[in-house]
Ligand binder design. Structure first.
Ligand code: ADP
Length: 463
């Protein structure tokens, strides 16, 4: 009895620690906008890197022809071919092939890795020959999505700063990655040019903009989280004299690294950070992304278990917490089943099952609401939050809010209903109904690949 009371006290403490009333969310919004400014003002001016993408034009639907993309950013890589019809925003045809990267290549040499990828790409290209594209002798154009930290030097080139996600190939660090790929393609006798080099969020923005010209930002919330948006060049102060014909450029925020004292932080977050391979980094991501939510829940339940031995081991994976969280049966049968079958802990009492669901709820609610605050932070920075930045002296009542679309992708958002609902709810709370109705979060599919092929078309030397 006394132990259970201790557990409830821990729950209450968690709820308080994770509390995100709208006032606090607004502070996060402001902090995001301020940090964006700081990151654009000077190199290293903020934890937000605000990286220049050099993408100063986005696909608009007029693109025509056949383009390729190579998407490298995790345990798989994908090659794809997109056929564009021009005029109307339609992708005529798309072929995708997905391949795991052999483990040994992830720690091998630059030549081994890129030769492997180039061979696969060549096979993919050759397979299409016997179908539609026999009479195209010209050099093919490729969009390269490379989702690792890169210092971009032009729209089609950049230098690898460091590997992440299990890759360790020393001789690529500090080198120009498009060149590594182009050399490998040349070795394999594949006549192809890297037209653009981007990260996955920029691809998502490109696809979003292709489908809907009001798209101004892209957000990914999956295993990790990041965002990019369209910025006016005169606001990119750290790059004086930057001129683009469009007057703008896509900025890759690397927002997972955002930090503010207004973020509601608990002892579980502090422990998780301390035990992570990158302490003090990716603070925002560690409160939001799928890679961490299950781990936060696990730490809470472990703590509770230490206090009262409510169950022997701990549940941990994010899809698992989603399944338990979404169990709306009165007896919480799904929660019981997961404990029994997945975690091999039989006979968890109903009150403990309720507790587990509550913990999932608290952690996921905070995540969804903070993600919403991040998105509004971007809108604020570009004057699309309805706060009057773009309406000049006019009164708020006739302030005409422009339709604003944010492209969004990632398994946490698309597959975890409660997360998505909390995010939407907070967006409306922060902006108010009137403004929020002009802000549309639009799920795109496979922007990292398709968007890169579209950008290859936009930046094609043939067009
Ligand atoms: P990635 O971000 O790895 O490229 P995804 O965008 O598909 O890939 O996101 C996968 C992540 O989304 C998983 O790591 C997991 O954390 C989360 N996720 C996927 N499905 C669910 C689900 N049903 N409920 C909760 N989280 C999920």
């Amino acid at each position: 009895r006394r132990k259970w009371r201790r557990v409830l006290a821990l729950l209450e403490e968690l709820e308080e620690g994770c509390d995100t009333p709208v006032g606090r969310l607004r502070q996060v919004v402001d902090a995001m906008a301020v940090e964006m400014h700081a990151g654009l003002a000077s190199e290293g001016g903020s934890k937000l890197k605000m990286l220049l993408s050099f993408v100063d034009r986005l696909p608009n639907g007029s693109e025509k022809g056949t383009y390729y993309a190579l998407d490298l950013g995790g345990t798989n890589f994908r090659v794809l071919r997109v056929q564009l019809g021009g005029q109307r925003s339609s992708i005529l045809e798309k072929d995708v092939e997905r391949q795991p990267i052999p483990q040994h290549l992830m720690t091998s040499t630059s030549e081994n890795l890129f030769d492997f990828i180039a061979s696969d790409l060549k096979e993919f290209v050759e397979r299409e020959r016997d179908s539609s594209e026999t009479s195209l002798p010209r050099r093919r154009e490729l969009g390269f999505t490379f989702s690792f930290p890169v210092k971009q030097t032009s729209v089609s080139s950049g230098i690898l700063i460091k590997w992440t996600k299990g890759f360790h190939i020393e001789d690529v660090v500090g080198r120009e990655v498009s060149e590594c790929l182009e050399q490998a393609m040349a070795r394999k006798g594949l006549n192809m040019r890297v037209a653009i080099l981007v990260n996955d969020t920029v691809g998502t923005l490109a696809l979003g903009h292709y489908l809907d010209a009001d798209t101004v930002a892209a957000v990914i919330i999956g295993t990790g989280t990041n965002a990019c948006y369209w910025e006016r060049t005169d606001a990119i102060i750290k790059c004086q004299g930057l001129l683009t014909s469009s007057g703008g450029m896509v900025i890759n925020m690397e927002w997972g690294n955002f930090w503010s004292s207004h973020l509601p932080r608990t002892m579980y977050d502090i422990e998780l950070d301390a035990k992570s391979p990158n302490p003090n980094d990716q603070g925002f991501e560690k409160m939001i992304a799928g890679m961490y939510l299950g781990e936060i829940v696990r730490r809470v339940l472990q703590r509770m278990s230490q206090e009262a031995d409510i169950f022997g081991t701990d549940p941990s994976k994010t899809p698992m917490i989603a399944a338990m969280h979404e169990d709306d049966s009165p007896e919480l049968a799904e929660v019981a089943r997961i404990f029994r079958e997945v975690l091999e802990i039989p006979d968890v009492p109903l009150k403990v099952r309720k507790l587990v669901v509550k913990v999932c709820d608290v952690v996921t609610r905070r995540a969804g609401r903070l993600a919403a605050a991040g998105i509004v932070g971007i809108l604020k920075k570009i004057g699309r939050d309805g706060s009057g930045g773009i309406t000049g002296g006019r009164s708020r009542s006739d302030a005409r809010m422009r339709r604003t679309v944010v492209a969004i992708e990632g398994g946490l958002y698309t597959s975890y209903t409660m997360f998505r609902e909390y995010l939407h709810e907070a967006l409306i709370e922060i902006l108010g109904e009137d403004i929020a109705q002009h802000v549309i979060l639009k799920v795109t599919e496979d922007g990292s690949g398709t968007g890169a092929a579209l950008l290859a078309a936009t930046y094609s030397s043939n067009s």
